[in-house]
Write a protein that binds this ligand. Structure first.
Ligand code: FE
Ligand code: FE
Ligand code: FE
Length: 163
């Protein structure tokens, strides 16, 4: 597809992010299973449910853009998830694995925050209010998840320092 306008770019990134979210729906249950801390497990499970809703939401975005709901392979998410898989397979103590899982998950959230942040800016520029609102909902969830992961990591570090 030839990229002529910001609108074309928007559709391209929407398809990329749709694929990214779909990959995460498959990966998050494995991350939850691999986590030892109950808080971390719960954070992954909660975000799995949010991610399923985000897939639906991105479908609505593509519809609002007048496009079919079609995904395009997100190479970056494939790489980030491959790194997460390495963490799950590594020989590590539970606390160490949890720390590595949090790091891997935050890289994912930061990729998503960058993607949705960009899309929100473009939607505002294009005057696509409905699209911006839908994307803003997802962006807020990614930011909250990132913050929660930081809190879990910091709590674990403090706990280990105290013991
Ligand atoms: Fe997401
Ligand atoms: Fe991508
Ligand atoms: Fe996310």
């Amino acid at each position: 597809m030839k990229m002529r306008t910001l609108n074309d770019l928007m559709v391209d990134v929407a398809r990329d992010m749709l694929d990214a979210e779909k990959q995460l729906v498959k990966a998050l249950p494995k991350m939850a299973k691999g986590a030892s801390s109950p808080e971390l497990k719960e954070a992954f499970e909660t975000h799995l449910e949010q991610t399923k809703a985000q897939v639906e939401r991105m479908g609505r975005v593509l519809e609002a853009l007048g496009q079919p709901i079609r995904a395009k392979k997100c190479q970056a998410m494939e790489g980030l998830i491959a790194e997460g898989k390495e963490v799950l397979e590594m020989d590590a103590d539970p606390e160490t694995r949890d720390a590595a899982l949090i790091a891997a998950a935050q890289k994912v959230e930061h990729y998503e925050i960058a993607g949705y942040g960009t899309m929100c800016t473009w939607a505002a520029r294009l005057g696509l209010d409905e699209v911006k609102e839908i994307l803003g909902e997802t962006l807020a969830e990614e930011k909250t998840t990132d913050g929660l992961l930081t809190e879990i990591a910091e709590a674990a570090v403090n706990e280990q320092a105290a013991s």
